[in-house]
Design a binder for this molecule. Sequence first.
Ligand code: AQP
Length: 332
Amino acid sequence: RPRVLSGIQPTAGSFHLGNYLGAVRQWVALQETHDAFYMVVDLHAITVPQDPKELRANTRLAAAQLLAAGLDPERCTLFVQSHVPEHAQLGWVMNCLTGFGEASRMTQFKDKSAKQGAERTTVGLFTYPILQVADILLYQADAVPVGEDQRQHIELTRDLAERFNTRYAPTFTVPEPYIVKETARIYDLQDPTVKMSKSASSPKGLVNLLDDPKASAKKFKSAVTDTDTVIRYDAENKPGVSNLLTIYSTLTATSVAELEERYAGKGYGALKTDLAEVFVDWVTPFRARTEEYLDDPETLDSVLAKGAEKARTVAAETLATVYDRIGFVPAK
Ligand code: AQP
């Protein structure tokens, strides 16, 4: 089976609809066909300040949401990044293989550091994509299911894998991004030209899965569309309606063409009200399942411990090969 690896940050507590449709949904499907490794990336979370209590709670909450979304520990390996020390170890090696200029070109860093200001930006945030490279290469992943915003980091991963393979000896699988075109970028409901994001979206534009479903329904009903009235997918000229059609289509497994037909002659109001209902129907059991996993932290922790054990077997083998190729003396 080909292997996939991906991760999600535990920073915000609740996942948002962009995280789910752009990434997690694909993770659930891929566990059926791939040898799948998924992790909660707590090491990445501390690139910005975290309250210790919240970080711990949010890490368990992220794992609970992944299980509620449909990850099955019998079908995939689910773990917490900091439980596998090889991530930080290979991360260092990758730091030493990356050019400063090369790292400086990462647009996500540029955006985030510009927003935070130089004083508050950590070196960790700067090297974040390089740790991500290590995350992926440790598992010899063939593909990395992510949203469009991560494409540049996967390109960096490919470059560094090839660099190491050329400089030392073929060691790493060079991974491909796995980006599902239709849901690669879910947009802010209030500003459908920017991606839905926990840090950049206005509260009204961001749909958090664990928020009160009634409040989320309201956000769909007041989503920004356009002055035209036709319900038609046209990402360029009608980004708001197109975003709603994408979300509707994915949550109900109905094609966009079918939705266009169903809503021919109807107004935006009907589409928004129906989508609000579709979302509430989907999210209500999701929230209940998340609660159930959270109510039993012992089981949750033991799922994560088992996952870490499985992950470490793979990660340790890769790291040992890397250390050997570099010329480190083996620890006897
Ligand atoms: N709007 C989106 N559309 C599609 N996919 C998205 N992802 C994030 N936003 C969208 C994908 O979600 C996965 C997990 O990403 P993360 O844990 O790194 O979260 P993030 O990218 O930090 O989430 P935000 O909301 O985008 O955070 P900020 O605002 O801090 O940048 C990834 O696969 C990502 O592509």
